[in-house]
Design a protein around this ligand. Structure first.
Ligand SMILES: [Zn+2]
Length: 290
């Protein structure tokens, strides 16, 4: 579950400051950040108890706090980009107390360094460079994805928890960097799960299908908007079982594992985006573990 006990909320950790306020005007307000240690690619959860509403600013973006499933606290998910430099960061909160008074709080976090594995490959140049036609197609598809995800649902659409979309083990982790013919590729934007072709792929959480497509790199793909800035991505499917605009529940089959698009064999590429930033899906899921 997302919601931690209050004893865990009031915590001074390594590289983390939790600020609390007690007083007649703001009542008992507690602000916490989970986990305490952040790395490039991490997902973090800010939780606020004792406030009626609020907004948070983080890394140049600002979003509303939403009520969490416990019905008592507010929360927001914060992404740490895969290329984030180590160092101290602050999230600034503007909170509204139950009595209506507005006040400010800050949560400080330290991003620690992380090395991602690198694989260097030498391939025939024709395998590395896209044709003009393929490149034009890829750009059109990127634009279609950008448009479909440009206006996500700000509120929370999920009720319980998030879960893995398939049971298989990981073949390629998040952040893995390939260097092809000395040219660095973008870091791996999700995780690859092993799985036999035809294995059902389940929605990781409740949400709304924002886009389906058959794209040059991603192959048959599904994008699910869960609200609160959370979008999950499912790539290389053999078939798609949902349509854009469809509401889905956690565990509902979105499609089946395949090898469509740029793929060398059946597997599921699963991605998690928080407020437009790719994060390690396993670190996102860890926020929901007890
Ligand atoms: Zn992948």
């Amino acid at each position: 579950m997302v919601v931690r006990k209050k004893t865990k909320v009031l915590f001074w950790g390594l590289g983390l400051a939790v600020l609390t306020a007690a007083g007649a005007e703001t009542g008992e307000v507690a602000v916490s950040l989970t986990p305490q240690r952040l790395y490039p690619g991490a997902a973090a959860l800010v939780q606020v108890s004792g406030a009626a509403a609020g907004r948070i600013s983080w890394e140049g973006k600002s979003f509303s706090l939403c009520s969490l499933p416990d019905g008592r606290s507010l929360g927001a998910f914060l992404p740490v980009g895969v290329d984030a430099d180590p160092g101290r960061r602050e999230a600034a909160l503007v909170l509204t107390a139950r009595g209506g008074k507005t006040f400010n709080r800050k949560v400080a976090a330290t991003i620690l360094p992380k090395e991602f594995p690198v694989q260097r490959l030498t391939l025939a140049e024709s395998q590395v460079t896209l044709s003009e036609r393929d490149l034009a197609r890829h750009r059109r598809e990127q634009e279609a994805v950008r448009r479909a995800l440009a206006d996500p649902e700000p509120g929370r659409m999920w009720t319980g928890s998030f879960r893995r979309p398939v049971p298989g083990t990981i073949s390629t982790p998040f952040g893995f960097r390939r260097v092809l013919n000395d040219k660095p590729r973008s870091p791996h934007s999700g995780v690859d799960f092993r799985g036999a072709a035809g294995t059902p792929v389940a929605s990781a959480g409740d949400g709304l299908v924002a886009l389906t497509g058959d794209h040059f790199f991603a192959g048959r793909s599904v994008y699910v908007d869960h609200g609160m800035g959370i979008v999950t991505l499912y790539f290389h499917l053999a078939e798609i079982a949902v349509v854009p605009g469809e509401k889905v529940r956690v565990g509902q089959t979105l499609g089946r594992i395949g090898s469509t698009g740029r793929s060398t064999g059946p597997h599921l590429h699963w991605g998690v985006r928080l407020h437009g930033v790719n994060v390690d899906p396993l670190l996102f899921l860890a926020l929901f573990e007890p």
